[in-house]
Design a protein around this ligand. Structure first.
Ligand SMILES: [Zn+2]
Length: 346
């Protein structure tokens, strides 16, 4: 545990007192050294907090509400302040070269506080800020700015339509929200796949109509079972959110001709996989990769959770709380998957 001085927020900055941050799978990869991160750093990018102090030239939140000290807010997990062709021409602000993300900086350099596992965070210029409604619990609100917004982006890219059949490969936080969003977007049937039995059960409460344990059957049988649920030709959409490249060939086999496959979980490099690309051609497959999200997806994530929080038990996903000095324990539990989403409460 280290201490650094707080200073007044600079122009465009907002100082927030963190009320909760959750451990995302990518934090675990960094913590375990599988992903380069400057050290010592403050990990954590799924963060919410209460505005303590506002710097000059800070505008309203993304919906136009004036920001004031005492407001509880979430904000985009990334920030970029400058000219950007990807943002202005392609409408892909999340892919601006030089974009920075919270939880990815050296803590020894000012302003020190740019990550979630700390008492404070300085929201930087070029961040989309969003006020949180009082009704929403911290547990429901904290994963909004990474997992939930990303899943809005993924399910939008999948083009899920009324009456579609949707397969979700992996039932962690992304997958559970994926099941719920697929239903909310009008899917007729949602099939959840995972190897962890409690997650399969949980998925049913998040809208999965059928769940299959991928470790209990041969892959060919699994593909047959999924296809039998989606007559006459297989699923309209398959979404990968398990982070395991080896599941892609099976996922493609589950699709109908003309179906869409979206990659949402393969966030690490070297995700090599061997597949018969002729399948893509022959079956008219649309293959999409989705990384991060547009600021509008954060607004939609909030609205989706507000509109469906009585239909799906979002509050149960963040199922454990740890203090800052219990961070190692929290990471251990999150890594071994004995908790679904670990929350750090400073
Ligand atoms: Zn994340």
């Amino acid at each position: 545990m280290r201490e650094f001085p707080l200073v007044d927020p600079g122009p465009g900055e907002v100082l927030v007192r963190i009320t909760m941050s959750t451990i995302c799978r990518s934090d675990i990869h960094s913590y375990e050294g599988k992903r380069p991160n400057p050290c010592p750093g403050i990990l954590g990018h799924e963060i919410i907090g209460i505005i303590e102090q506002i710097g000059d030239r800070v505008g309203a939140d993304m919906r136009g509400s004036v920001l004031e000290p005492g407001d509880r807010v979430t904000w985009t997990e990334y920030f970029f302040d400058g000219e950007c062709w990807h943002r202005d021409v392609l409408d892909m602000p999340q892919k601006c070269p030089g974009i920075r993300k919270y939880g990815h900086d050296l803590a020894t350099e000012p302003p020190h506080f740019l990550g979630g596992f700390a008492e404070y965070c300085y929201i930087q210029p070029g961040t989309g800020i969003l006020k949180l409604p009082d009704e929403l619990s911290d547990e429901e609100a904290t994963p909004l700015n990474c997992g939930v917004a990303t899943m809005v982006s993924v399910t939008e890219a999948a083009g899920i339509d009324m009456g579609d059949t949707v397969v979700v490969q992996g039932l962690g936080l992304l997958g559970l929200y994926g099941c719920a969003m697929a239903k909310a977007r009008g899917a007729r049937l949602v099939i959840g796949l995972d190897a962890v039995p409690p997650r399969l059960e949980t998925a049913r409460r998040f809208g999965a109509d059928e769940v299959l344990n991928v470790e209990q059957v041969e892959t060919t049988t699994l593909i047959e079972q999924v296809r039998s649920f989606c007559p006459p030709d297989g699923a309209d959409v398959v979404v990968e959110v398990c982070g395991v490249p080896g599941v892609i060939p099976a996922g493609l086999e589950m699709l109908r001709t003309g179906g869409c496959y979206v990659l949402g979980g393969l966030v690490n490099p070297d995700a090599d996989v061997t597949l018969d690309a002729n399948v893509l051609l022959r079956k008219w497959i649309t293959l999409k990769g989705i990384h991060n999200y547009h600021p509008r997806h954060l607004i939609q994530a909030l609205d989706f959770v507000m509109g469906n929080r009585h239909r799906f038990p979002f509050k149960d996903i963040v199922d454990s709380r740890f203090a800052l000095n219990e961070l190692d324990e929290a990471f251990r539990r999150a890594s071994e998957r004995s908790v679904l989403r670990a929350a750090i409460v400073p």
